[in-house]
Design a protein around this ligand. Sequence first.
Ligand code: C2E
Ligand code: MN
Ligand code: MN
Length: 367
Amino acid sequence: MYSGDYFLQIIEGNDEEILKLYGNILSDDRHDHLVEIITTQIPNRYFSKFGMSYIDIRCKNKTDLISNISELRDKNENSPYYDRILRIISAFHDGLWRNDEFYFKKEIYFSEIHVNIGSPDISFYKGKLGYKFSVQPILNTIGNNISSYEFLLRSHEGGSPQQCFASLYAQDIYEFDLVSKKNAFEWASRFVSGSTKISINLLPMTLVKIPDLTKILVDYLSIFNLHPENIIIEITEEEAISRIEEFTNTIKQLRVAGFGIAIDDFGAGFAGLSLITKFQPEIIKIDRLIVNKIYQDGPRQMIVKSVVNLCRPLGIEIVAEGIEEIEEWIWLKNAGVNLFQGFLFSKPSIGDDLKINFPKSTSFTRL
Ligand code: C2E
Ligand code: MN
Ligand code: MN
């Protein structure tokens, strides 16, 4: 089906053939901005009578279009899949999937800047775990400024946060999660300034298990002349939060003290939407599994659009994490996301030189 600008294609066949054909379409430069809307399994084919059929939807109202398609199909009994295909076609006719997130990529320039961030001290927890932090910036690519620096835990030898936690006794994890932030604040106080925020990560259960968390964080901050207003606390939704009452209580205390709250890895776990019914964060960070190749993935595009629609009226800002490709950034920017984090712009740095690539976004043309 052709709308003048966009094609909607329905391809039927066995898995192997379809994958091969789709692969060919993807790599054919006569096609641009290809998006996979749905892939599904069906009991038998619906349009096997025709090798290929083409419908120009511009000269058709929806009723005619649907009856046209019904004439093309093999069987007449209804099936849930067939009804769904008709609903997708009808949505396409209404203009869905024909939006303007698609821009031709002309030349995108990056300007590389270097920030001297000094180097982190190494601290020790209970004498057994040496740790420090690495730093990755979150950029506002509209204003071309650094919105925040996120402090990511590392072991003495540069190991991952997971490795740090795994080397501890279970009962020590939450205390360590909290006390390690003193080290992050110390380093941050040496190079973060102005309206740029400092982002730290805490496990949800750290908020539950340590009742005087707010006071302890405020005490750490005061040592380094920092204020809760400088801090964004990122909370992952990766684990289900038990004891939700204690959790929301701590969130309230953190808010009273002036901290900003972000829900991290939104869309990856299972608690995201229900968390928003409990409290509304200042920031939602969309997980990189959703971001990955979003420009080709219809269902994930619709998830991001609904997250944007959900956040705007609630005054929640959105960060897209894990941006690795220019195309991901362009799509998300045009869908209304302003804040970005990812290797495309800057990799986490363990000290001294932090390299940041700011994109120059002026050279797009509308399709
Ligand atoms: P996160 O908070 O979502 O942090 C972002 C993670 O994604 C970091 O991994 C970062 O290195 C990685 N990343 C950033 N940009 C890209 C990209 O473009 N592509 C890819 N593939 N990865 C990217 P890291 O440092 O291994 O941290 C993993 C997770 O560990 C963090 O995910 C966070 O949930 C947790 N974490 C880090 N520091 C702390 C901490 O102090 N306390 C707690 N509780 N959790 C922490
Ligand atoms: Mn995080
Ligand atoms: Mn995250």
